[in-house]
Design a protein around this ligand. Structure first.
Ligand code: ZN
Length: 502
């Protein structure tokens, strides 16, 4: 059983460090994939090569962003946006008729046991969405032997797993894994566990069959010939992808001179996305592969839907407040920007560094405004926004705006009153707020809730005691919005903003 699981894990290993021993593939799971491939070929031939659901197909994809137990380490959403953008670009540039869109929100899982994924990945299965392609993004995948997978497709669990380092615009790993998801084998099918062609082990010319699978010693696949004469029954069983005996060079020009069983030098396709050539080479998927992907999709009713992409204006939002290079009250900062037509969501980032990696706050919002409290005093902050919708995640992010928080934030101008704060902020509607204040000595004053327009909405006299004062104050009956708590005493006034959330 353990071997079986190991094989499942190993089935698909895409592009990995080329200095390492090459990957291997599991026969059992390869059989599952081959079975589907052959069914799809059969359906295609019955339909004279026509796949049934014509026109553009929009496929829901669900990204699971996994962090450690403490919520740290998750891949950033902006990487996932770039990844979806690159995925769609690849499948559009190759006229596949296939595009992908976000199926609802990202799923966030905080679980160190998944973040460092063991070879037994069964704990992911219950987290899957039944109506989308599921992509789990983790930090590491347990090595098996000397293989460190960058990602894989599990045919038995029908899900994809990717390392977070592989997520983004510069890698073609997801494009490759999606190929497996829709039944495509590697063009070097049969050589998956071979370590890649080498003269000592495999000879030149190569034999009639692929090397025996070391996990299942009697399993081999006929080696595909350069002239295509056996292409339907050899290699990846796909005729417009030339022979490949697991060549894995990082440049895009194979000149190895390896010969097929007839002694003819093979000319692999270094651009094929299902090969192990470098990310910079693999920008192509063949017409036969495209037909198979579409046919596989046709036979996955759980992914069918009536999704229509929404047009979105090709622009970054215009940032409004806080204006650039201003001072802000650390206890409360409200952010606002112009809506972008067609955007359903905004990705908001706030950070202490302009590269947005230092103490980042990241939010996905359905409104063009947000707010935050509890920032540190006397610090510089940076914020920026990106607009998106389920299908369009390629738009640029705004240039950042910056602001500095005041040193005097939260400090009272009332002589006897020290620092004070309002919690929680924001507060839910009809919940009480709690004021925590420090008084240097006892004094009498008034505590009021005042609208932003300056109108006193309620007020009560209060006798402050020396030391810490903790006061509950009702907000019942007040609408959602921003307000001030205003304390008046000793001929002075001290205000704190707070928000009643919707
Ligand atoms: Zn692969």
């Amino acid at each position: 059983m353990k071997l079986l699981k190991l094989i499942i894990l190993l089935l698909i290993i895409p592009i990995f460090g080329f200095g390492q021993n090459p990957n291997r593939c599991g026969t059992i799971e390869l059989d599952l994939l081959t079975e589907r491939l052959k069914r799809n070929k059969q359906l295609l031939s019955e339909n004279n090569g026509v796949y049934s659901r014509g026109g553009d197909k929009y496929i829901p994809i669900k990204f699971h962003l996994i962090a450690k137990d403490d919520g740290v380490g998750r891949v950033s959403e902006s990487k996932v946006f770039s990844q979806l953008c690159a995925l769609n670009e690849f499948y559009a540039n190759n006229n596949t008729g296939v595009q992908f869109y976000l199926s609802g929100d990202f799923e966030y899982h905080d679980n160190s046991d998944l973040y460092f994924l063991p070879s037994d990945d069964s704990a992911l299965v219950p987290l899957k969405s039944p109506t989308a392609v599921n992509v789990f993004i983790v930090s590491s995948i347990e090595n098996v032997g000397d293989i460190s997978p960058a990602g894989y497709y599990s045919p038995s669990d029908d899900m994809l797993v990717m390392l977070k380092g592989q997520v983004g615009a510069s890698s073609t790993t997801l494009q490759h894994e999606i190929g497996h998801y829709f039944s495509l084998p590697h063009p070097f099918n049969g050589w998956d566990f071979s370590g890649g062609w080498n003269l000592a082990d495999h000879g030149n010319p190569v034999g009639v069959d692929s090397p025996p699978n070391p996990f299942f010693p009697y399993e081999t696949v006929p080696n595909e010939k350069q002239d295509g004469s056996n292409c339907n029954f050899a290699g990846d069983y796909i005729c417009d992808t030339p022979p490949d005996y697991l060549f894995y060079i990082s440049n895009c020009n194979y000149t190895g001179g390896v010969m097929d069983p007839d002694g003819v030098p093979v000319d692999p396709d270094e651009t094929n996305v299902m090969s192990y050539f470098g990310d910079n080479c693999t920008n192509y998927i063949s017409p036969d592969q495209i037909a198979l992907v579409n046919t596989d999709f046709d036979n996955r009713p759980e992914l069918h839907n009536n999704f229509t992409p929404m047009e979105i204006a090709d622009m970054a939002p215009v940032l409004l407040v806080p204006e650039n290079n201003t001072n802000q009250d650390a206890s409360f900062v409200a952010f606002d920007w112009d809506e972008v037509p067609g955007a359903t969501h905004y990705f908001f980032e706030l950070s202490r560094s302009p590269d947005f990696t230092l103490f980042p706050i990241r939010r996905i919002l359905t409104t063009s405004s947000t707010f935050t409290g509890g920032l540190l005093e006397d610090r510089t902050y940076y914020w920026r926004v990106k607009a998106f919708n389920a299908y369009e995640t390629c738009l640029s992010t705004t240039p950042f705006y910056t602001f500095t928080t005041d040193v005097m934030s939260g400090t009272s101008t009332i002589p006897s009153l020290g620092k004070w704060r309002v919690d929680p902020n924001p507060v839910a509607q009809n919940e009480d707020i709690q004021l925590t204040l420090y008084a240097k000595k006892a004094f009498d004053g008034e505590i009021a809730i005042v609208s932003i327009a300056g109108q006193t909405l309620r007020a009560m006299p209060y006798r402050f005691v020396a030391g810490t004062n903790t006061i509950s104050y009702a907000t019942e009956g007040l609408d959602a919005g921003m307000y001030l708590v205003s304390i008046q005493a000793e001929n002075a006034r001290s205000n704190q903003k707070f928000v009643i959330a919707r």
